[in-house]
Design a protein around this ligand. Structure first.
Ligand code: 5AD
Ligand code: SF4
Length: 443
């Protein structure tokens, strides 16, 4: 046996995670991978090579469970070839379906909800002993306390950092308060520590995540207080946050948009509908005029802020006039970026019980809204031509000699250049607008 052989430990086990849904799931997948690292796992991009496959699921819209069961069906041949392959389901579908998943699909070894994934190492050990492992508790202990420090390994220049989870708003269409539970804010000192760890690993831009991030209360000064503390982290160049509720945009946060240089001029502030009647039925707890007034205040603080939003069409009871109110709101506000969805019935939520709008009516409204939002996005992109923005370069482009990054406004910007490295922050003059990106020249 050679020296190197005698020093070698067991070969690492490989973990493949497929992530669905929101950015918080992206963050959770990273943390799950780090947590399973303690059990000797390293991640792989190839499912066929894996010793464990985790599906990190999303439950926000219809057919989430069906999609997960068909994905599990597709994994069957892999499990047949490799009986030791461990298969797990994580995320919000795991939370909602629980033991039903193992009952319907017995090849699943492990089901873990979003609040319990710090217990994955013990669950993995149970599975290795041939047991099934199920944990969909809302434990008293803070999972972030139990999770180890962030990996020191070098990473890309942008990262997500979860600061708040859960929601107490109970919008009538939404499953989040049920799958993610009550609002919980992580203490600010732990977040700052994690931010330092990320910066040491090469991160330059952090996006603070929460289902209701601007309701964050782990700092005496709220989310704005946390942002100002992060502003002091050396080496951190940019701060963003998502997703916000209009009613939690307090004065300090609005003010920070005008005064904190590291806070980027981009805000995702979903309104969902432009009709007062629908807003009330959705339990959004504000009117369209209150939303307009809020946007005016935010734009007074930061005139060049790029606004993004979420919209739902075909909510139960939405008439053509209500939908026209949404179109009118969009025309009045002007969005640089937006996500729009047909209302999707979520069992257990109040709106699921109400009379539904026809599918074809929903689809037709969605098309009209998306056409308008697309026009606005293109117009705002075109208005960037001739302007100089600052781009944080994140990766090489598809063509050789091309680099891609994001501007302050979260526009993807590509530039032909050979003297820019990943992680560089450079001034770029925008020269063209394409469907989902801008082209520029390094200044
Ligand atoms: N149907 C359609 N869209 C929904 N969203 C949340 N729940 C539903 C639902 N039942 C959308 C909202 C939210 C975004 C994350 O997903 O617009 O802001
Ligand atoms: Fe869902 Fe957001 Fe409403 Fe909370 S505020 S219930 S997460 S849509």
């Amino acid at each position: 046996m050679s020296d190197s052989d005698s020093n070698a430990g067991p070969p690492p086990k490989k973990l493949f995670i497929k992530t669905y849904g929101c950015q918080m799931n992206v963050y959770d997948s990273e943390r799950m991978a780090e947590s399973l690292g303690t059990q000797g796992y390293v991640t792989t991009d190839v499912a066929a090579d894996a010793d464990m496959i985790l599906l990190n699921t999303c439950h926000i819209r219809e057919k989430a469970a069906e999609k997960m069961y068909s994905e599990l069906g597709r994994l069957k041949p892999l499990k047949a070839d490799k009986p030791d392959l461990k298969i797990g389901v994580a995320g919000c579908v795991a939370q909602a379906e629980g033991a039903e998943i193992i009952r319907r699909q017995p090849m699943v070894d492990l089901v873990v909800g979003p609040q319990s994934y710090h217990r994955l190492p013990a669950m993995e050990q149970a599975v290795a002993r041939g047991e099934k492992a199920l944990d969909t508790d809302f434990p008293e202990d803070d999972k972030f306390d139990t999770l180890k420090s962030r990996s020191k390994a070098k990473r890309g220049p942008t990262a997500f950092l979860t600061v708040q989870e859960g929601c107490d708003k109970f919008c009538a269409f939404c499953v989040v308060p049920y799958t993610r539970g009550a609002e919980f804010s992580r203490p600010a000192d732990r977040i700052i520590r994690e931010a330092h760890e990320l910066v040491e690993a090469g991160v330059r831009e952090i996006t603070l995540l929460g289902q209701n991030v601007n309701a964050y209360h782990g700092h005496a000064g709220g989310l704005a207080g946390l942002i100002w503390d992060l502003d002091k982290v050396d080496g951190l160049k940019r701060i963003r946050f998502t997703t916000s509720h209009p009613n939690d945009m307090d004065d300090a946060l609005i003010d920070a948009h005008g005064t904190c240089d590291k806070l980027m001029p981009y805000l995702h502030l979903p309104v969902q509908s432009g009709s007062d009647k629908v807003l009330k039925a959705m339990n959004r707890k504000h009117t369209r005029d209150q939303y307009f007034a809020l946007i005016e205040r935010i734009r007074a603080a930061r005139p060049d802020l790029l606004l993004s939003g979420d919209f739902i069409v075909g909510f139960p009871g939405e008439t053509e006039a209500d939908f026209e109110d949404t179109m009118d709101l969009v025309r009045t506000v002007g969005y640089g970026q937006a996500y729009s969805f047909k209302y999707s019935t979520r069992p257990g939520t109040p709106a699921a019980e109400r009379a539904q709008v026809d599918e074809d009516v929903k689809l037709e409204r969605l098309h009209r809204l998306q056409a308008l939002l697309g026009d606005q996005q293109r117009a705002i992109q075109a208005s960037m031509i001739g302007r100089t923005v600052k781009v944080l370069f994140e990766k090489k482009g598809r063509e050789s000699g091309q680099m891609i990054g994001k501007s302050e406004y979260l526009h993807a910007v590509f530039a032909d250049t050979t003297d820019v490295a990943i992680g560089d922050l450079r001034k770029v003059k925008i020269v063209k607008s394409e469907s989902n990106s801008l082209g520029g020249e390094i200044c």
